[in-house]
Write a protein that binds this ligand. Sequence first.
Ligand SMILES: *Cc1c(COP(=O)(O)O)cnc(C)c1O
Length: 396
Amino acid sequence: MTSLLPYGRQSVTDDDVAAVVAALRSDWLTTGPEVAAFEAELSRWAGGAGVAVVSNGTAALHVAYAAAGVGPGDEVIVPPMTFVATASSAVALGARVVFADVEEETFTLDPAAVAAATTGRTAVVAAVDYAGHPADYDALRAAVAGSDALLLADAAHSIGATYRGRPVGSLADLTTFSFFPTKNLTTAEGGAVATGDPELLTRARRFRTVGLVRERDELRWPDEGGWHQEVHAFGLNYRLPDVLCALGRSQLRRLDAFLRRRAELVARYDEALADLPGVLTPGRRDWASPAWHLYPIRVLDGRRREVYDAMRAAGIGVQVNYLPVHWHPAFADLGYRRGSCPVAEGFYAQQLSLPLFPGLRDSDQERVVDALAAALRRPVWPGPPRPAGVPVRPVT
Ligand SMILES: *Cc1c(COP(=O)(O)O)cnc(C)c1O
């Protein structure tokens, strides 16, 4: 049996390993100089925004919402076409999540749906740069104009992308990144919050570090002694260690090359699939320069499940990104209903992510395209609808 070709995979070189080993041998395993250096280098990718690195992308969302002051009584608007953490991290702070539908074509948050969902209780509108394609930030900004809501970009997929020439990280009031192994660069586990607002940055840094305040002019009891630090607002320990920041810095040197290879693979998929009946390739807008994290196709005629099963059986690790977030039982149990976001839900029914990562070889990609074409050539299941849970057998 051949091993499964994954849908995403890290790229780790000897230079990365050497950087980690050097950090391990240094005086600082955590809270040391690699942290500040990684934050400064990420800031350059984020158009100069201040950056706080954290332990993962979910923590980054939790930190960003906390910095925005999200709490009980607040509403946070989120698209359902995302990883569950975009929404669940706001729930963790006591907020009510309001799902707003996505746009056809890019499946990013629809500014018209945001305008309709915004109320006096809306604290944050969280857009997601689905697959690495930026949301329409100028239109989202206009949609929340006149409310006090902050704009957040969940850029877990899109570090390195630009919107109308401006880099992701500089488009929203708060931006979050993830450095999980399948993302555009990795620190194994890791994430970051970027913001151009110094006050939000301070609040983010404090929440990340258990809420500790050390600045003398802000201490309530400044003469307690040299050891003294205080907690003014509760936080958690979401620090990213130096060992992982060293890996991130080494990876960042290759981010341009990673994005170039991803774009090349996307162009090859676009070309190979353009005339394949039964699938649609991902759309893009002319104002976006995406940083492709996923290659999300749409499988038509109700055949997504069948094509997923056939490709998995052929050793191709296709994935579905994502189950609409409000379908998760935890949200269903809170009263969220299917049918409320028809564009996202219709997309989910067709969506399939094909393997995409910098180390994917041209020959692997050709195997993916052949397996997809073979899956689609099979006759549609004959007779009555297939019972749920019964896999389609190859027709030979
Ligand atoms: C990966 C991801 C996250 C969470 O990041 P982790 O590092 O896995 O915690 C959040 N939002 C989106 C859109 C993601 O893809």
